[in-house]
Design a protein around this ligand. Structure first.
Ligand SMILES: Nc1ncnc2c1ncn2[C@@H]1O[C@H](COP(=O)(O)OP(=O)(O)OP(=O)(O)O)[C@@H](O)[C@H]1O
Ligand SMILES: [Mg+2]
Length: 291
C-alpha cells in the first residue's frame, strides 16, 4: 500500500543507531520506552472500556529536533524488550494518502486503519509511525478556509475513528505520531495520546553531545579534527537556539569556510567552526522571529 512508506521487522541495527544518534535527556528516553511497554502490557490484559489506553505516543517539537529519528529508535527499543518476538514496524506517510477531494483520502485512511494495519497485526505486534500527523488528522476547526473543507473534515473523522477502532480491537498495536506543528493537529487526536513528549531545542548538554559526536565522526577520516574537541565549550555557547539538524550541518559546513579546508578537513580550525556556528545561529534566530 502506498501510504506505508517504510516497513521492517524489528529489532534492526540501523534502527538501534537512530536511537543512539539523538542526544536527549536520559529521563526522556526512559519515559518513552516505559510508556510504550506499559501501554502494550496494559492493553494485552484489559479491555478498552476498563483501561482506556489508546496506545498512542506523540512527539511534538520544532523542525529538526530528532522526532522522526527518535520515534524509529523507540520502536526498536520496544522490539528489543519484547524479544524473542519480532515487531512489525510500519511508517505511514500521510501525504501519500491521496488528496482530500472526492472523499479519496477518507477512503484510504479508513482502509489503512481497518484493513492494512490489522492484517499486519495478525502476525506480529505492530508499531506504526504516523509521521507529520498534522497531515493525517488536520485540525477541523481551522478548515473553514480550505478548498475542500468537508472532504478534509471527513478525512480527520476517518483517522480518529480508525485510531479508536484499532485501540479497541487490536490491542497489540502501538502508534507513535510526530508533529512540528501541534496547533494544526486536531485536538481530538492529541486528547487520545497516552503521553505527549514536547521535544524542545537541544539544551547545552545535548548540544555538547551533538557537537562531540559530529567531530568524532569527521575525525575518523581526518584525525586532526579531534583536536577541535578542546574548544567544545565555545562551540556550545555559539550554538544556542539551534536545532540538532542545523547544528550537525553547521559543524560540517565549517569545512566549507575555505577551499583548503574543504579539500583537507585536517586544516579545519576552531575559528572556522565558531564563525560558521555564529552565522547559522543568527539565521536560526531570524527565522524564529519571522515564524
Ligand atoms: N537532539 C539531537 N541529537 C542529535 N542529532 C539530532 C538531534 N536532533 C536532530 N538531530 C539530527 O537531525 C537529523 C534530523 O532529525 P529528524 O528528521 O528526526 O527531525 P524531526 O524532528 O523529525 O524534524 P521535522 O520536524 O523537520 O520532521 C537527525 O538525523 C540528526 O542527525
Ligand atoms: Mg520528522
Amino acid at each position: 500500500m502506498e501510504a506505508i512508506s517504510d516497513q521492517h521487522l524489528l529489532p534492526r541495527q540501523d534502527f538501534a543507531a537512530a536511537w543512539d544518534a539523538i542526544k536527549i535527556d536520559q529521563m526522556v528516553r526512559t519515559r518513552l520506552v516505559a510508556q510504550a511497554l506499559l501501554s502494550f502490557q496494559l492493553r494485552q490484559r484489559y479491555a478498552f472500556e476498563v483501561m482506556p489506553v489508546h496506545g498512542l505516543i506523540v512527539l511534538s517539537g520544532p523542525p529538526g529536533t530528532g522526532k522522526t529519528t527518535l520515534a524509529r529508535g523507540l520502536a526498536n527499543e520496544v522490539a528489543q524488550a519484547l524479544a524473542p518476538k519480532k515487531v512489525q514496524f510500519l511508517q505511514v506517510d500521510p501525504h501519500a494518502l491521496g488528496s482530500s477531494s472526492h472523499g479519496k483520502s477518507q477512503k484510504e485512511v479508513t482502509k489503512l486503519f481497518q484493513q492494512t494495519i490489522p492484517e499486519f497485526a495478525a502476525a506480529h505486534p505492530v508499531i506504526v509511525l504516523l509521521d507529520e500527523v498534522e497531515a493525517l488528522a488536520a485540525d477541523r476547526q481551522r478548515m473553514s478556509l480550505e478548498a475542500n473543507p468537508i472532504d478534509a473534515h471527513r478525512a480527520t473523522d476517518a483517522a480518529l475513528a480508525g485510531i479508536d477502532l484499532l485501540s479497541r480491537t487490536h490491542r497489540n498495536t502501538l502508534l507513535i505520531a510526530t508533529t512540528n506543528f501541534p496547533k494544526a493537529v486536531d485536538r481530538a487526536l492529541l486528547s487520545r495520546a497516552d503521553w505527549i513528549e514536547d521535544m524542545g531545542l537541544p539544551d547545552a548538554t545535548a548540544r555538547q553531545a551533538i557537537i562531540a559526536d559530529a567531530l568524532e565522526q569527521l575525525a575518523k577520516e581526518w584525525p586532526r579534527v579531534a583536536d577541535l574537541k578542546s574548544q567544545i565549550a565555545a562551540f556550545v555557547r555559539a550554538s544556542d537556539g539551534m536545532d540538532g539538524r542545523r547544528l550537525r550541518k553547521a559543524i560540517v559546513s565549517a569545512a566549507a569556510s575555505t577551499i583548503e579546508t574543504a579539500k583537507d578537513l585536517n586544516k579545519l580550525h576552531a575559528e572556522h567552526v565558531l564563525a560558521t556556528l555564529k552565522l547559522a545561529a543568527a539565521n536560526a534566530r531570524i527565522e524564529e522571529k519571522a515564524a
